[in-house]
Design a protein around this ligand. Structure first.
Ligand code: FES
Length: 127
């Protein structure tokens, strides 16, 4: 069902676990399958994502999607990270089975949630 690249990454995912010093956390779930994904970001004062990691309780596609998404957004500004489309994750992986496309969407949503939480925190701090 999965291609070789996906299987390799599933066996050896990168960016796994909580990120020490993370200042933004996003959490999303998919009610249909019950999978949960957390993304941790370390964002510097210039709003550049210095580091990213994930914790995912879910299927292989969700795990590899979050691993790849972290790689893609590292070094990007939060504005650029918000432009990440799940298709970019799928392309990076060399494709996902059609019924697993939603797993890559979860990674995109988790990043959006983390950045939105970060912005809320920043806005509060400015008050
Ligand atoms: Fe739910 Fe993959 S089946 S995220």
């Amino acid at each position: 069902m999965y291609n070789e690249k996906v299987m390799d990454l599933f066996k050896n995912p990168k960016n796994v676990g909580e990120l020490p010093g993370a200042n933004a956390v996003g959490k999303v779930g998919n009610e249909a399958c019950g999978d949960i994904m957390q993304i941790f970001l370390k964002i510097n004062d210039n709003e550049i994502i210095e580091d990213a990691s994930f914790k995912t309780f879910g299927c292989a596609a969700a795990i590899v999607s979050s691993s790849v998404a972290c790689d893609i957004i590292k070094g990007k500004s939060i504005e650029e990270a918000l432009k990440l489309e799940n298709q970019e994750i799928i392309d990076y992986l060399g494709g996902l089975p059609t019924h697993k496309i939603h797993c890559s969407v979860l990674a995109k949503e988790a990043i959006e949630d983390a950045i939105s939480n970060y912005r809320k925190k920043q806005a509060k701090a400015k008050k």
